[in-house]
Design a protein around this ligand. Structure first.
Ligand SMILES: C[S@@+](CC[C@H](N)C(=O)[O-])C[C@H]1O[C@@H](n2cnc3c(N)ncnc32)[C@H](O)[C@@H]1O
Length: 267
């Protein structure tokens, strides 16, 4: 299997509480500031369409929104859930092969480039789909800069480090958020701007459980993949998941995920 195919397998996502609970307002704030009624928007790697449906509400009936994802199950869910939203279409398709040329006012991709072995190629495709004078906006993490308070149990720290190695071994960049500015300039985008969009969640917040549980989900789903690929022992995975869930119940106070939005204009 090539590195490209390995990354594709490892990126495969099931619908999850976390992605389904995201909204444009709470999970793609910089995009919300940029878009206006009547605009045409492409959201690549839209998952089950939670953020995309919010985009459609803002651009309204005069606008047009396309959500695209390479996972047919997620696209089927998005179509079913948002079938009554006007101006919104969901398409199955790959970010490396977008069938659009100079077509959208804004092309966005949130939390997707982090899962790719060739993010620069993906970005070139996004630029191609954007109108002259339009904007590309990417939202992504630097997973090395995550912070938990207090520290997670040792078993989970071991799992997380293995998870980052498992990702980088297939060509994914764990620090991609901090590379976006250079990547944008390299594809000729101008007026490049970076905005901090960090996700900070405290125990007293009402959605704390949803945010903090993301890593229990990763230990379960991605962990199973890591075990089947011989990357970590099942026992280590199981202990990490179990210790982490106990830590959530008894100790967890704060989680900080480092997230940046990069935007640039196509000239
Ligand atoms: C972490 S989810 C993010 C979903 C949503 N954008 C959000 O911010 O909640 C990453 C999404 O990218 C999709 N994806 C991964 N590789 C892709 C590719 N090559 N082309 C299109 N979509 C891709 C996955 O199927 C998944 O739905």
């Amino acid at each position: 299997m090539t590195m490209f195919e390995t990354a594709k397998n490892r990126a495969k996502l099931k619908s999850s509480g976390v992605i389904d609970s995201r909204t444009l307002e709470n999970s793609h704030k910089r995009l919300r500031e940029i878009i206006r009624p009547g605009m045409t928007i492409l959201d690549v790697g839209c998952g089950t369409g939670a953020i995309t449906s919010g985009i459609a509400k803002v651009v309204g009936v005069e606008g047009k929104v396309v959500g695209m994802d390479n996972n047919p199950e997620l696209i089927a869910k998005a179509r079913e859930k948002y079938k009554d939203t006007p101006g919104l279409t969901f398409l199955e398709g790959d970010i490396y092969n977008l069938p659009f040329y100079n077509e959208f006012d804004v092309v966005t991709s949130a939390r997707v480039l982090q899962w790719l072995a060739q993010p620069q190629e993906a970005l070139k495709n996004m630029v191609k789909a954007t109108k002259l004078g339009g904007k590309v906006i990417v939202l992504d993490y630097n997973h090395v800069k995550i912070k938990w308070e207090p520290e997670v149990p040792k078993s989970m720290k071991y799992f997380y480090d293995a998870f980052l190695r498992w990702r980088s071994e297939s060509g994914m960049d764990n620090t991609i958020a901090d590379k976006l500015s250079g990547m944008f300039k390299a594809v000729g985008l101008e007026e490049v701007k970076i905005t901090a969009q960090h996700e900070e969640s405290m125990r007293q917040d009402k959605d704390f459980q949803t945010h903090i549980a993301i890593w229990a989900g990763v230990a379960s789903v991605k962990g199973a993949q890591m075990v089947s690929e011989g990357f970590i022992e099942e026992k280590q995975r199981e202990v990490a998941e179990c210790d982490y869930k106990k830590w959530i119940e008894e100790e967890a106070k704060r989680q900080f995920m480092y997230l940046l939005a990069a935007e640039g204009v196509k000239v």
